[in-house]
Ligand binder design. Structure first.
Ligand code: GP9
Ligand code: MN
Length: 636
């Protein structure tokens, strides 16, 4: 037997160092919200628990050299997992999911962003692994232990005990954590990043098997739900057919949030063109409209618009289910003689668009190759929006009409980089460069849109078209709340504010219409497909979808966000808690039942939550089971 004098087995030392490091990363590098001391405590112990769990496995290798090798490599691999999550988090304020890992091309394409996301001091994340490497190599003989059965059983028992203790506390702190998951931050906060990855793997495999076993039996229940809860009335909206036979030009406005509309920075209007458009008599401007995307960002917003289905809570559905059958807007429009296309000056495989667009039955994709891109006309992610629109006009002009074309902009993308000559307004001045630079970038997008309208008018396409402009998702994440609260002149960004910041602008411009207005109907991206089809006067009764025509009188009255939060006319629910939308106050769950009303506000809010959960679940079922393959819409 070697090494009687070893005080502390290397796997325990490795676990302690690794646990400590991970804790420091959780606490100071991720922006994990801690509401009470119990959460603090759980966050403190879970890195040690997972580290112990993984490193204690080394005792089962009987050869000491193998033990050392195991510790060396796992310490590096696990450090890399922490590092990768950190880089990912800096970009998406979220943790990696298994489907994201298969988005290699996306990760590579992050290009200019990724460099801004890696910091020199990140190297320290590998310091403990390097130390373990050194110790285990240099002093292998001195520190190797040939564990007896007792030592092995101890390691195993301790691992399981620690894990059980951690899970018990987590479940106490967040009942139903594992069944409902809430969001990834909760999972990481409670069980740690490694156990979260294991959990994610299990969920992912379960989803995969769902497709294999789905046979369409699930459909009647979903159809019934939609008939009873979504398609609330057969009555057509007043605007049904208002744009019959017209082209649809849809602009996906990268990262434009609603708070910039009508607002100023340093005393200057941020979006003078969009502000004037909002006032225009041919424009409906929706100022109470939400983005509902998940991890798939732009692609999720596209998915919502084309299908009126929800994207997935994990990964980008464009990637994970790009080969499914759908019954998307381009397919429906094709039957009405429309030609559909997407114009976007980026790599065609980004977000797996080339694959997914075929499933959505989009006729043509004008991607990067269709544009002249050089040093002068590009910045950040690629071709600037002004030359993008300018170069797109020739395609629109020569396109077979009627057409449905979606143009996806790019310049106003994190990190909101602009060339000096494109900056018309000064950045904001706060501790967040992201927010500071956001304003000039949004102004650039606004000017690009103004030019686009002018090009459309010159080309003659304008008169025969309706133009829809929609912000795809937020540009400023909760990481910048301090700066955001300063800009909005608020003491802090409350959970209710956070949800409301998910509003994006929606403009529907119908040349010659004359009845436009600012419309404060509660809506979301899920509503675009029924709205556009109705404007074009296309009946679509047999379809399966979860949105409502924004101009319809009877609507569901709530907008589900992809993380399970929702907004209704009266409430905002976030992280499982209900708030009054007017006052922003938390509804008291112990509130006495008013004798005259059957339900307390809280239970009314919970009733909506149940519907939201059901609806998101049904939408997921349709996607996971690839259920559209069982429906023949031609016969309906
Ligand atoms: C990439 C563009 C940006 O082609 O759509 O994607 P995002 O990062 O916003 O999802
Ligand atoms: Mn985007």
């Amino acid at each position: 037997m070697r090494n009687k004098q070893a005080r502390i087995p290397l796997y325990i030392l490795t676990s302690l160092l690794f646990g400590l490091k991970t804790y420091i990363v959780y606490r100071f590098m991720f922006n994990i919200e801690l509401d009470n001391s119990m959460q603090e405590f759980i966050l403190f112990i879970n890195p040690f628990v997972s580290a112990f769990l993984i490193f204690a496995i080394s005792v089962w290798f009987s050869k000491p050299s193998r033990q050392m090798k195991y510790l060396r490599y796992t310490a590096f691999i696990m450090s890399f997992v922490v590092f990768a999550n950190l880089v990912f988090y800096r970009q998406f304020t979220d943790f990696i999911t298994i489907p994201q890992l298969f988005m290699g091309s996306n990760m590579a394409d992050l290009g200019s962003s990724i460099l801004t996301l890696i910091k020199p001091y990140d190297i320290l994340l590998f310091a403990d692994a390097a130390l373990i490497w050194y110790l285990s190599k240099k002093h292998e003989n001195a520190i190797s232990v040939n564990y007896l059965k007792r030592g092995k059983v101890f390691a195993l028992a301790m691992s399981l005990l620690l894990l059980a203790g951690n899970f018990f506390l987590a479940e106490m702190e967040r009942p139903q954590l594992f069944t409902r998951a809430f969001d990834r931050e909760y999972l990481v906060k409670n069980i740690g990043i490694f156990n979260y990855h294991v959990y994610d793997l299990v969920v992912h495999s379960k989803a995969e098997s769902q497709r294999v076993f789905a046979d369409g039996n699930e459909l009647p229940e979903i159809e019934q739900y939609i008939d009873e809860n979504v398609k609330l009335s057969d009555e057509k909206s007043e605007l049904f057919g208002a744009a019959k036979g017209k082209n649809v030009i849809f602009v996906n406005a990268e990262s434009v949030q609603n708070f910039v509309i009508g607002n100023e920075v340093n005393g200057e209007e941020i979006t003078p063109f969009l502000n004037s458009l909002a006032e225009d008599e041919d424009t409906y401007y929706f100022d109470n409209f939400y983005e509902q995307t998940g991890q798939g960002k732009t692609s999720d917003s596209e998915f919502l618009v084309e299908n009126s289905l929800y994207p997935l809570s994990r990964g980008a559905v464009f990637f994970t289910h790009g080969g499914n059958e759908y019954h998307a807007m381009p397919e429906i429009l094709k039957e009405e003689g429309y030609f559909s296309s997407v114009l976007h000056a980026n790599n065609k495989s980004f977000w797996n668009r080339d694959g997914m667009y075929q499933s959505l039955m989009i006729d043509h994709f004008y991607s990067e190759d269709a544009y002249e891109i050089n040093e002068e006309n590009s910045v950040g992610w690629g071709l600037k929006d002004k030359p993008f629109f300018e170069q797109s006009i020739k395609y629109l002009e020569s396109m077979e009409q009627p057409f449905y074309s979606k143009l996806i902009t790019l310049t106003n993308h994190f990190p909101f980089q602009l060339d000096e000559e494109d900056k018309s307004i000064e950045p904001y001045d706060s501790n967040s460069n992201t927010l500071n630079n956001y304003f000039p970038a949004v102004r650039y997008a606004d000017e690009a849109l103004e030019e686009f309208f002018a090009h459309l008018k010159e080309s003659g396409v304008y008169e025969n078209s309706i133009i829809v402009i929609m912000g795809d998702h937020i540009g400023i994440s909760a990481n910048h709340n301090k700066a955001m609260s300063m800009y909005l002149d608020k003491e802090e960004i409350t959970p209710v504010d956070q949800v409301e910041l998910q509003k994006v602008p929606l403009f529907i411009h119908i040349p010659g219409h004359g009845k436009g207005e600012v419309n404060s109907t509660l809506g979301g991206q899920i509503d675009l497909k029924p709205t556009i089809l109705s404007l074009l006067g296309i009946e679509n009764e047999s379809d399966l979808y979860f949105g409502n025509d924004l101009f319809a009188n009877e609507r569901k009255g709530y907008i589900a966000l992809r993380n399970g939060d929702f907004v209704s006319d009266d409430y905002i629910s976030t992280a499982g808690l209900c708030y009054d939308i007017e006052t922003g106050e938390l509804l008291d769950s112990d509130e006495e039942t008013d004798e005259n009303t059957a339900q307390t506000a809280n239970s009314a809010c919970n009733a909506i939550q149940d519907k939201v959960d059901l609806e998101l679940g049904y939408s997921d079922d349709l996607i996971y089971g690839d259920l559209f393959r069982f429906i023949n819409f031609d016969n309906k």
